[in-house]
Design a protein around this ligand. Sequence first.
Ligand code: PBG
Length: 339
Amino acid sequence: MTTTSPARTAAARGARPAPAERPRRLRTTAAVRRLVAEHRTHPADLVLPMFVLEGAREPVALGSMPGVVQHSMDSLRRAAAEAAEAGVGGVMLFGVPTTRDATGTAATEPDGVLNAGLRALVEEVGDAVVVMSDLCLDEFTDHGHCGVLDASGRVDNDATLVRYQEMALAQAATGAHMLGLSGMMDGQVAAVREVLEADGYTDTAVLAYSAKYASAFYGPFREAVDSQLRGDRKTYQMDPANRREGLREATLDLAEGADVVMVKPAMSYLDVLADVAAVSPVPVAAYQVSGEYAMIEAAAANGWIDRRRAIEESVVGIQRAGADFVLTYWATELAGWLR
Ligand code: PBG
C-alpha cells in the first residue's frame, strides 16, 4: 500500500493553498510602496553635526570619518550655506580649540572658537536653519572630561553645572537657537534653563542629550575633536546595559524643562528611543554618531554594502523607532538625494 501526503492530494486536485491575507499586494509596485510608506525622510528632519577648528585656514580631513572635516571659519560658512540650500533642518556645532585647561576656559570666552563659530553660523543661515550648539566641556578641558574635576580627580557634578550655566549664557549671546546639553551631569537642564530665563533668553531652546550612553561608537568623534581623554566617561554617561534608566533620564529632563529630548547613539539604542518616543510630550531626537557613520562608510568603501541604501535604511530605521529628527553626518548628502 502506498501513502500519499495530504499536500500532494490537494495539489493533484488543483486546489493550491490560498493565504487568507496577502500583504504583498501593497508591495507590488514602487508607486504602491511609496503610497503606503509609514515613514519618509524629509530634509527638514535632518541635522548636520559640524566641527570648527580654531585657527584653521583650510578644512582638515578626518581619517576615521571619510567625508567629514574640521572646518575653518570660511569652510564652515560654506558648508552651512550648502546644508541650508539642501533644506536641512538644523546644524549642530562642535568647537576644537587649540588651548585647553582644567576648567575649559575657552568654552566661555565670547571669541572662543565655538562661540565665534556659532556667531558665524547664525550670520550665515539666519533663521533658515536651526543653529544648535554643543554645550559640554570635554573639547575644552586638558583632561578631556565633560566637567571640572574635584580634588580627588572625579568629575564634580555641581561645580560643573556652574560652568554649564556660564557656557549657556555665552552661547545664547551668539544667537544660537538651541543649546545641546551633552555632558550628562545631573540637574544640567534645570541649571541652564534657570540662567537663560534670568537673563531674558526665554526663546533659547534646550535640547537635552537625555539618554546618552558610554559608547564605543564615539571613537571617531574623539579624533574629530582632538580629545584629550584618558580612561572613560562611565561615571556620568549611561551603561549600555540599561534600558529602563534611559526612560528615567528622559523623564527627569522633561521635568527640568527640556524642549527636546535625545537618545544617543541611535542604532544600538532603538529600544530606548522607542520607549522615550512613546511617552515624550516634546519632540524626540536621535544622534547617529561618528562610529555608526564610520562603520557604514568603511563597509561601503570595501564594496560590502550598498552605501546609499545603507544610509537611507539606517536613517529611516531611526525614524521608525520614534525619532522626530535625526543628527547625522550625512544630513546634507541625504537631503540632496531626497529633493
Ligand atoms: C560630548 C560629545 C560626544 C559626542 C557628541 N558630544 C563625545 C563623547 O561623549 O565622548 C559624540 C558624537 C559622535 O560620536 O558622533 N561633547
